[in-house]
Design a protein around this ligand. Structure first.
Ligand SMILES: Nc1ncnc2c1ncn2[C@@H]1O[C@H](COP(=O)(O)OP(=O)(O)O)[C@@H](O)[C@H]1O
Ligand SMILES: [Mg+2]
Length: 311
């Protein structure tokens, strides 16, 4: 167990109750900050005893338990921002915790994973959902608000049984008011893998390869209470094309948030090759991404420098 935050530091790294001492990756960041003589508290975002106003800066890190209560989490960020500088800002987090932001990026000409959006307000019948599913190949059903592959399933379009499971999955999500995304399963994730490009202060820092995560239809017991699915991470040298897409996202963000202090402290852009091998955006993480410091030599130092420059 970690000692409770003392409230004497001016900077807090926000985490969740399950990781009261951060995850090992963010501990590297904390150590770098402490090494610079910056006192840091690690504080649990929904702990009612924390006096957030006592911190000049709050950096969101491993707050991974918010996806089932996104509104509460966004409210918390807004409250914190009334008294502290929140990194990244609350408006950005509100936008980024719902993957419908991908549509904003697409509007700006960025390549995203082609997505069909299902709105719970339309009360879609099973037949209507079925008509949206591809006729062949594999596809993915996931909610727009999620993290760590929660509530995400992969289905074979040519297997009737799996189509039925997919329809039930989508209906169950929409029955509780959740918006649903339907995407083709991009097989490049199994070969090339997913590339996570980390930008610190808008500058490319390092990249990782993430192994494929989806093995089949969604089963409620899949995660068995875990916060996220285990993933295999390795350092990766991204292609020029992948880096370019990441850089264009950073530029688009400046356009989407003209009033926010730019560039953002951290931006992670996750891409997968599409059927032609071109990188397409699976998600952009501006809220609580793993920044994979362990896989980017010097990256925890760069992140600590970027934070120190803002204090
Ligand atoms: N269209 C897709 N094609 C292939 N794999 C996918 C697709 N959508 C999601 N996945 C897999 O599921 C994982 C989680 O999906 P993602 O969209 O990144 O949501 P989150 O990480 O927020 O849960 C990805 O890392 C990837 O392995
Ligand atoms: Mg992801």
């Amino acid at each position: 167990m970690t000692t409770p935050p003392s409230g004497s530091a001016r900077l807090a790294l926000a985490t969740c109750a399950e990781l009261p001492d951060l995850d090992p990756d963010d501990q590297l960041l904390r150590d770098e900050l402490v090494g610079r003589g910056i006192p840091v508290d690690v504080a649990v975002w929904d702990d009612p005893t924390i006096d957030w106003a006592s911190y000049q800066h709050v950096v969101v890190r491993s707050t991974w338990d918010y996806t089932e209560r996104q509104a509460q989490f966004v409210d918390w960020t807004r409250r914190v921002e009334q008294t502290s500088e929140l990194l990244n800002p609350a408006d950005v987090i509100a936008w980024n915790t719902d993957k419908t932001y991908l549509a904003d990026l697409e509007e700006r000409g960025l390549p995203i994973v082609p997505t069909i959006w299902l709105d719970p307000a339309t009360n879609m019948t099973s037949r209507a959902i079925n008509s949206r599913l591809p006729a062949f190949g594999e596809f993915v059903i996931k909610p727009t608000i999620s993290a760590g592959s929660r509530d995400t399933g992969r289905y074979d379009a040519s297997a009737t049984q799996q189509r039925m499971l997919a329809i039930t999955h989508a209906k169950n999500l929409m029955a509780v008011g959740r918006h649903v995304m339907l995407q083709r399963y991009l097989r490049g994730v199994d070969t090339v893998g997913e590339t996570g490009l980390v930008f610190l202060d808008g500058v490319f820092s390092h990249a990782v390869r993430k192994s494929a995560l989806l093995s089949g239809p969604f089963r409620p017991a899949d995660l068995d209470g875990a916060l996220y699915r285990g993933e295999v991470i390795a350092p990766r040298e991204p292609s020029a094309e992948e880096r370019e897409v990441g850089g264009r996202v950073v530029e688009a963000l400046a356009d989407i948030f003209p009033g926010a202090r730019q560039p953002f402290l951290y931006t992670r852009v996750d891409v997968i090759p599409d059927e032609e091998g071109k990188p397409v955006i699976l998600e952009v993480e501006l809220t609580e991404p793993s920044l994979f410091f362990q896989h980017g030599p010097g990256s925890a130092e760069r992140a600590a420098d970027a934070i120190a420059a803002r204090l």
